[in-house]
Design a binder for this molecule. Structure first.
Ligand code: GTP
Ligand code: IMP
Ligand code: MG
Length: 339
């Protein structure tokens, strides 16, 4: 039995989508539960030559033997969910989906308030998905919940109960966090953050799992850093520098160009500490070093190994997953050796 939580180490877009897909396809957990803020997330999944950009469906959907769940803490936009059911028809996502009755519902009004707010849309650079205004209404205790939403009736399930029963029965549970540590309302670069805490403890609470039940916290970092929206970014490089290194990126939800910077060890240390990380997954290593599609640690250059070992030494957390390309096969999995 293992209950794992995967979290983003920086400002989101660390390549969580690829890591989750790899881990779920490989480990085949019984339940894959989505935690985090809501449909402000954009996870990229490439599987069997097809690309998906997901906002609410757990990225582990590719493992068709798992039940898929959305925990009580996550904001749900039913239109986003139903569109993903259509896009992912061949994976039977609709038939496997469970939504907690306590999830709060994003309405058109929340999206309008997000987009029209000078503060959220301009100053903070929000995603416009309505999450900030929805979480604010939740705190004011005026928002509608999934239990009162007829169109969600067939998916309503007590996610916390199912997840805890699965853990008690010795099944494997995988909890997917979204966003990233530096976007946390508590620990991030306030006010340039999202509308909720985004660390492992909150992701556990999102799906109704107590801290004593969690075995592994996998913290995902990219070999460099990206940030969308406004706010401090100590290791940021110029756009020209990013282009010259081939590190140009655009957002999945908003299409905005991402700001790019160097790996930030101080941020990594703090992120591992507050998340209680037990493992690090490092993605896009091939975009910084010449190691595309390498699947064997021994084939990495001395420079690449030194970079990885430095992260391990500084954070005190083993780098167990090294991603060298978008395909699931482009992964060095050191869990057997290091854990
Ligand atoms: P999360 O929000 O953390 O889930 O990240 P993301 O999935 O949003 O990341 P992003 O939208 O930036 O997508 C990353 C893109 O890079 C996707 O097309 C992935 O398939 C791809 N990718 C993921 N890992 C790697 C990697 O190790 N190397 C390369 N070259 N590409 C990767
Ligand atoms: P909001 O969550 O839409 O209110 O946006 C607040 C800030 O968080 C903005 O800077 C967004 O770009 C950022 N943000 C929210 N979710 C994500 C994500 O999944 N990836 C990257 N940035 C995000
Ligand atoms: Mg993303």
């Amino acid at each position: 039995m293992t209950c794992s939580i995967l979290v983003g180490g920086a400002w989101g877009d660390e390549g969580k989508g690829k890591c989750i897909t790899y881990l779920c396809d490989n480990d085949k957990p019984d339940i894959i539960a989505r935690a985090g803020v809501g449909p402000n997330a954009g996870h990229s999944v490439e599987f069997n030559g097809e690309k998906y950009g997901l906002r609410l469906t757990p990225s582990g959907f590719v493992h068709t033997g798992a039940k898929l769940m959305i925990g009580a803490g996550v904001l749900v936009n039913p239109d986003v969910l139903f569109k993903e059911f259509e896009d992912l028809k061949k994976y039977n996502v609709k038939e496997r989906m469970c939504v907690d009755p306590r999830c709060a519902i994003i309405s058109q009004d929340h999206m309008d308030r997000d987009v029209k707010s000078e503060h959220l849309a301009k100053k903070i650079g929000s995603t416009g998905s309505g999450c900030g205004p929805a979480n604010s209404d939740r705190v004011l205790r005026t928002i509608d919940l999934a239990r009162d939403t007829p169109e969600l009736e067939e998916y309503i399930t007590d996610v916390s109960l199912e997840v805890n029963e699965a853990i008690d029965n010795g099944e494997d549970v995988f909890i997917e966090g979204s966003q990233g540590f530096a976007l946390s309302l508590y620990y991030g670069t306030y006010p340039y953050v999202t509308s909720k805490d985004t660390t492992a403890s909150t992701f556990a609470a999102d799906v109704g799992v107590g801290p004593t039940k969690v075995d592994e916290v996998i913290n995902v970092f990219k070999a460099y850093i990206s940030r969308v929206g406004e706010g401090p970014f100590p290791t940021e490089m110029t756009q020209e520098e990013a282009e010259s290194k081939g590190l140009e990126e655009y957002g999945v939800v908003t299409g905005r160009r991402r700001r790019i910077g160097y790996f930030d060890m101080e941020l990594a240390k703090e992120s591992c500490r507050i998340n209680g990380a037990t493992q690090i997954a490092l993605t896009c290593v091939d975009r910084l070093f010449d190691c595309a599609r390498v699947q064997d640690y021994g084939e990495l250059s001395a420079e690449t190994k030194a970079f990885i070992e430095d992260i391990q030494t500084e954070t005190g957390v083993p780098v167990t997953i090294i991603s060298t390309g978008p395909d699931l096969k482009d992964t060095i999995d050191l869990r057997k050796e290091l854990l």
